[in-house]
Design a protein around this ligand. Structure first.
Ligand code: ATP
Ligand code: MG
Length: 556
């Protein structure tokens, strides 16, 4: 794949043309989140596109908070957004922009529209306005206040700003066309009265500009060349252009729409994600099962893997649902290259090697990556009592089971061949211990050319580090939860399994907890210190293989 952040697509074609025609000499894009929730994997597409395109063309990308809705916005959200974008690997020179930085300017632009007879103060109630707006089949009806004089409108708008009216009592509307086939053009509201404390402007304003008025002008003020947004804004584009064309501003950014990222088995809507948090279905916005950037980070998804995924998905105008498997495969593919291998036993079964000396400890060498020598190797202690995976023993196993069963020999990874002699059961009939013998000649995993098919992982009991392991499955068991009447019905009750008695080889926990490890034969894991108490906790990042592909095919 290309070295560029963004694979060639219809947007890069437009940019290429604009640069060739000298329409622009420098590309300026923006990522405009509203600080009303945490960013999710869908936003990652917009981030990688906007920051990525700017980087590919040696341009600039602004982070701009679209903060025009004070009742839903918070500093916590704004801070999380900054953290998430940086973590994804993008940066902006200097400061973040805010739509609220332009409130003074926007107010003046609104007065310009009034002066041109292109905006008026409407006293209709919200219900009347909704009713008179019409719908797809029914044209709108002009407001009785539509023909107010410029002077009257100016006076009323200034009084709105001065706080002389109650919330919702009046609005400022653009005077466009109540008969327009595009409902967005039926005299859209530009300003509303709302007495709310704003995270940036405090109590300075009691009127706030609406999104459609703010967004285009913020773009123009900042000299954005290409304003990239998702398809649902296509019908807003005439309004975007109308506003810019009718105020005195020289820059006219081009709005270009692309399709949203939709992922199967997940939710990409802040509103729904926040419901999962509020109803405590998950442990906060950064629960490792959440499709939020902070959840994926806590889970252990590497940012480079997410970027690769987004690149793979590409940019187009076609609506589609991307299979969750594509994301997981991208992460798996990335981790297979970058994750050091270690041995971790998820469900330990004690093994006593009867012919191994009681007090002996040997240091064995294990390569940290089977395909990449640059990862080097580590020393792994071996002793008489080890743990293996419970699932690596089977009573009365058939010939195709190449692991432990009475009389069968297996290879211990990086160590010796052992032969299972006897299984010891507790009163409940469960196997609690295996008695084995080892072949001292087989150190390093070879002995007189004997064929031993199975290789299993293990950990020396006296050296093992007790850990807690958390296995995750998808949070939803329906491929399109958002299509259901109640998406909460699709929450998978078995999305978290805690294994409190797992064991990890020594020297790993605490060494570099930012590293994602492959616990060989198990899965990829990363330490999660969020609520740790007595033991290190490891999250399963992604399994080694995909276990959902079949179900997904059936389900979609
Ligand atoms: P949500 O529906 O989750 O509330 P939003 O679009 O309201 O998302 P914003 O904070 O307004 O959230 O989004 C910031 C930017 O991210 C916008 O330009 C938006 O188009 C883009 N974006 C949001 N969701 C997706 C998605 N699923 N795929 C691609 N881009 C997205
Ligand atoms: Mg939005």
């Amino acid at each position: 794949m290309t070295d560029k952040n963004v694979v060639e697509n219809f947007i890069t074609h437009i940019i290429d043309e604009d640069l060739a025609n000298k329409k622009h000499t420098h590309v300026v894009t923006r990522f405009p989140p509203e600080p009303n929730g945490y960013l999710h994997i869908g936003h990652a597409k917009s981030i990688c596109l906007n920051f990525g395109v700017a980087d590919d063309y040696q341009g600039t990308c602004h982070l701009r908070f679209d903060d025009t809705n004070p009742e839903k916005e918070s500093k916590e959200y704004a801070e999380s957004i900054i953290k998430d974008i940086k973590w994804l690997g993008f940066d902006w020179q200097g400061k973040a922009f805010h739509a609220s930085d332009y409130f003074d300017q926007l107010y003046l632009y609104a007065e310009q529209l009034i002066n041109k007879g292109l905006a008026y103060v409407d006293d209709q109630s919200p219900e009347e306005m909704r009713e008179n707006r019409g719908d797809f089949n029914r044209p709108g009806i002009d407001s009785p206040f539509r023909e107010r004089s410029v002077d009257e409108n100016l006076e009323l708008f200034r009084a709105m700003k001065a706080g002389e009216y109650a919330d919702g009592q009046k609005v400022l509307r653009a005077k466009i066309d109540m008969q327009s086939g595009n409902i967005n053009m039926r005299d859209p509201v530009l300003y509303r009265i709302k007495r709310m404390h704003h995270i940036n402007t405090g109590d300075k304003w009691c009127i706030y500009p609406m999104y459609d008025f703010t967004h285009c002008l913020s773009d123009a003020i900042e000299g954005i060349t290409h304003s990239l947004c998702t398809l649902e804004f296509e019908d807003h584009r005439p309004l975007y252009d109308w506003v810019i064309d009718n105020v005195d501003i020289s820059c006219h950014p081009q709005q270009i729409e692309f399709s949203r990222l939709n992922l199967s088995f997940t939710i990409t809507s802040k509103r729904r994600l926040s419901k999962l948090v509020e109803e405590q279905v998950v442990d906060g916005w950064n629960d490792p099962r959440m499709s939020t950037i902070s959840g994926l980070r806590r889970r252990g998804y590497p940012p480079a893997g997410i970027r690769e995924f987004i690149k793979q998905v590409g940019v187009s105008k076609k609506e589609s649902v991307i299979s969750m498997t594509v994301l997981e495969d991208a992460i798996r593919h990335h981790l297979n290259i970058v994750a050091p291998r270690v041995m971790g036993v998820l469900r330990p079964l004690k093994v006593v090697i009867e012919n191994y000396p009681e007090d002996q400890v040997e240091m064995l060498e294990g390569a940290n990556h089977p395909q990449d020598e640059s990862f080097g190797s580590r020393e792994i202690p071996f002793s008489r009592v080890i743990y293996v995976e419970q699932s690596d023993y089977k009573e009365n196993a058939n010939r195709k089971f190449f692991r432990l069963t009475e009389g069968r020999e297996v290879r211990l990874r990086h160590a010796y061949y052992i032969t299972c002699r006897e299984a010891i059961k507790n009163e409940a009939g469960e196997v609690v211990e295996l008695r084995c013998t080892y072949d001292p000649e087989s150190r390093g995993g070879t002995a007189d050319g004997r064929k031993v098919k199975g290789t299993i992982h293990w950990i020396s009991a006296q050296h093992a580090e007790p850990i807690e392991v958390r296995l995750y499955d998808r949070l939803f068991n329906h491929p399109k939860p958002a299509s259901l009447e109640n998406f909460m019905d699709a929450v998978n009750p078995d999305s978290l399994e805690i294994l409190p008695n797992a064991m990890l080889e020594p020297g790993i926990a605490g060494a570099d907890d930012e590293v994602v490890y492959q616990f060989e034969r198990n899965a990829y894991f990363k330490r999660d210190k969020t609520h740790e108490t007595d033991k290190p906790i490891y999250n399963q990042v992604v399994t080694m293989r995909d276990s959902w592909a079949k179900m997904e095919q059936e389900g979609s």
